[in-house]
Design a protein around this ligand. Structure first.
Ligand SMILES: Cc1ncc(COP(=O)(O)O)c(C=O)c1O
Length: 464
């Protein structure tokens, strides 16, 4: 026993028993939630009103009429209208562990016993230290040289902190490089990097960003050559002015387009020679390839200066090399994270690292292969309905019919009604995208989802 009152409290037999009872009750109720279920007609009107009011209050309608009840069973989620659906988009990649995963209910239970809801720079609890250590050690497990970690509350904020430490280190260089079609977040500064002009309409310009074309799998050599040529042109046009280049190794919002190692190495070498820092944005990719970080999947460890993570980690973080250690006051936040996020993050990293998920034969690779096989079968049965699948690991996408935004959205809404939640990404063509709950899914879930996908395609297939 440590002698700490905190330890005496959490190991008090009443607390231990309460934890056991919560998990026992959870298992019993999850047994009642094992398949897709339509909405309860008795809840329909009140649910529609709730959705309507919520849309009004937030100043814009929801994409899906989704309000969760707060309960679920791994890949299945219960909505407040009583329906149960397969969640294959997981809040755009946030709930990689699905819904009500017992390990995370247990972690959150532990967090609820701590003294504070939020933690921050001035008040961090000892229970937060392991997550800093796990992120740094995890980032270096294949040879990267990242030394420090700073937590924050959103992916955009992790990226904002990354840019600040890079600009400070490279001062007075004030320009950035990024890929065409990249997504980095939506703060005032970061929305200048995200390559979607409509997301920054009416905003004053805050950063100078120049773009490099992304890898084209249909023209690997040529597209690498072209991207390097564009990069060199930018560097020659603004010598010494670029502080960093942002790399999103698998374009997420862009539609799940992965690059290749040789492509990234060619660009990173040129960037490094010009003194440009390499920032890897893993807010969407972390824990979803067959490695912890996608830079490990592409074997780019030696090039990484700064990497950011978020979404499935529950905490967001900026992890960086010693040379990028910021001066006092540059990065600081009242909230680094919530106590339950910190406990959950440690449980998730532990699951990812020890649960057989990673590696070329790991569970993520197996789930991907299984889903890919089902989707290919659907494509073969219905030529012209589905192109793909695309993506890596827990990131899976395909194009439906002509890939028009309208038809893709129509398909997604019909799919939602039928009991599967997915989302779209990219444009020209748009893709249906899945961020599957790899820590919670089963092969049976993938089969059930694939059957619903096929039925929904039949339902909305254009005549003729
Ligand atoms: C690659 C990437 N970076 C950054 C972000 C922004 O993260 P957040 O929405 O948590 O601010 C996202 C969100 O989708 C993302 O996909």
């Amino acid at each position: 026993m440590s002698g700490l009152r905190a330890d005496a409290f959490i190991s008090d037999p009443r607390v231990v028993e309460a934890r056991r009872l919560v998990l026992e009750a959870l298992a019993d109720h999850q047994k009642e939630t094992t398949r897709v279920r339509p909405a309860d007609p008795a809840l329909r009107v009140s649910y529609e009103e709730l959705i309507q009011q919520f849309g009004e209050m937030r100043g814009g309608p929801l994409f899906f009429p989704y309000l969760g009840s707060g309960f679920g069973n791994h890949a299945l989620v219960e909505l407040a209208d009583g329906s149960v659906k397969y969640d294959f988009i997981t809040g755009i990649g946030v709930h990689a562990f699905g819904h009500c995963h017992p390990a995370l209910v247990e972690a959150s239970f532990g967090a609820a016993l701590e003294d504070t809801i939020m933690q921050g720079n001035l008040q961090q609890n000892a229970s937060a230290v392991p997550i800093f250590r796990m992120l740094i050690e995890g980032a270096n497990r294949k040879g990267a040289r990242l030394k420090h970690c700073f937590l924050s509350t959103s992916g955009a904020m992790a990226n904002e902190n990354a840019l600040k430490i890079i600009f400070q280190k490279k001062h007075p260089a004030g320009r950035l490089l990024a890929f065409k079609n990249c997504f980095m977040g939506r703060t005032l500064a970061i929305s200048q990097v995200t390559d979607k002009p409509e997301y920054r309409e009416g905003l004053p310009p805050t950063l100078n960003v120049d773009y490099v074309p992304f890898f084209d799998a249909a023209r690997p050599k040529e597209s690498t050559y072209e991207a390097v040529a564009v990069l060199r042109r930018h560097l020659e046009g603004h010598p010494g002015e670029y502080a960093g280049m942002v790399f999103e190794l698998i374009q997420g919002e862009g539609g799940f387009y992965p690059g290749e190692r040789d492509f990234f190495v060619a660009l990173m070498q040129v960037a490094k020679e010009a003194g440009v820092a390499v920032l890897i944005d893993e807010v969407q990719t972390f824990g979803r390839t067959t490695e912890l970080f996608s830079f490990q999947y592409f074997e780019l460890d030696e090039y990484v200066d700064v990497v950011t993570v978020g979404k499935s980690t529950q905490v967001c973080a900026t992890i960086f090399r010693e040379e990028f250690r910021p001066g006092p006051g540059l990065v600081s936040q009242t909230f680094t994270s919530g106590t339950s996020s910190i406990h959950a993050a440690a449980a998730i990293l532990d699951m990812l690292l020890t649960g057989g998920f990673l590696g070329p034969e790991g569970k993520i690779a197996q789930f991907h292969a299984h889903f890919e096989e089902r989707l290919k079968e659907i494509g073969e049965r219905h030529p012209g309905w589905l192109e793909g699948p695309f993506g890596i690991g827990a990131m899976v996408a395909f194009t439906v019919f002509d890939g028009s935004v309208d038809l893709t959205k129509k398909f997604l809404h019909a799919l939602f009604e039928a009991g599967v939640i997915a989302f779209y990404a990219g444009s020209d063509p748009s893709r249906v995208r899945f961020l599957i709950p790899a820590l919670a899914v089963s092969f049976g879930d993938i089969d059930a989802v694939s059957a619903i996908l096929e039925k929904t395609l039949e339902q909305i297939a254009p005549a003729g």
